[in-house]
Design a binder for this molecule. Structure first.
Ligand SMILES: [Fe+2]
Ligand SMILES: [Fe+2]
Length: 223
């Protein structure tokens, strides 16, 4: 598992190398060095998605891959790929402060969250990134745009929500990339072990999930 996680970590570093702005590239790579242990050990969201050791890192990797894929599907958007990649790679960095490490024997226990959860991961992440950016000479408004990627990535005000609603195309892409991964992973986790007709639970929304009854169904996605 650790080998696999190391590979995912290096793929994230490869994505960070695509960032052209040297300050953003250096900041994300420094954050990845400083938070490596947390990224490799924390789950993404207990009770919702990627609840396993290193789930946070695996989720972040998939969101970055998804965000780049979305940009490739819409080549005329003229988005800033630096902001998309930087934002995707750091969007949930605040969860390193929000949640305890994954413990195999425990189901999610909200009381096991760190006290930082009082502030929420959007705030925590924006705060972390802003602190790293503060060491550089950088245009104030551009700095706000970078921090906006983290602070607004949840797209709406809610318990887990955003500090501010998205005001840039780049973070709208990150939000959709994030949602794709946060919904597909737990549904797949449930459905791959599903028995017909049983009720399974994702997060706070119990509902049944079904596998296709199509006689031509090919589980390898081959058409
Ligand atoms: Fe998030
Ligand atoms: Fe996320």
């Amino acid at each position: 598992m650790n080998e696999e996680l190391n590979e995912v970590y290096h793929k994230c570093i490869e994505y960070s190398n695509k960032i052209k702005n040297p300050i953003l590239r250096e900041v994300v790579q420094t954050i990845y060095e400083d938070y490596k242990e947390e990224l490799m050990n924390k789950p993404a969201t207990p009770g919702s998605h990627h609840y396993f050791k290193g789930g946070l890192l695996c989720h972040i990797y998939s969101v970055t891959r998804n965000a780049i894929a979305i940009c490739n599907l819409y080549p005329n958007l003229e988005v800033d790929m630096d902001l998309v990649i930087f934002g995707a790679l750091t969007h949930d960095i605040g969860k390193t402060n929000d949640f305890n490490d994954f413990i195999e024997s425990e189901n999610y226990n909200p009381n096991a969250s760190n006290s930082f959860a009082l502030l929420g991961h959007s705030y925590e992440g924006a705060h972390i990134v802003e602190n790293y950016l503060a060491k550089y000479q950088i245009d104030e408004q551009f700095k706000n745009q970078v921090v906006h990627m983290i602070g607004s990535h949840m797209n709406e005000y809610s318990e887990w929500g955003a500090l501010v609603l998205p005001k840039m195309l780049e973070v709208i892409i990150i939000n959709f990339a994030d949602n794709i991964d946060a919904h597909i992973e737990p549904a797949h986790e449930i459905i791959r072990n599903a028995k017909a007709g049983e009720l399974y639970k994702i997060g706070n929304a119990p509902r049944p999930y079904y596998k296709s009854l199509n006689p031509n169904y090919n589980k390898n996605n081959q058409n």
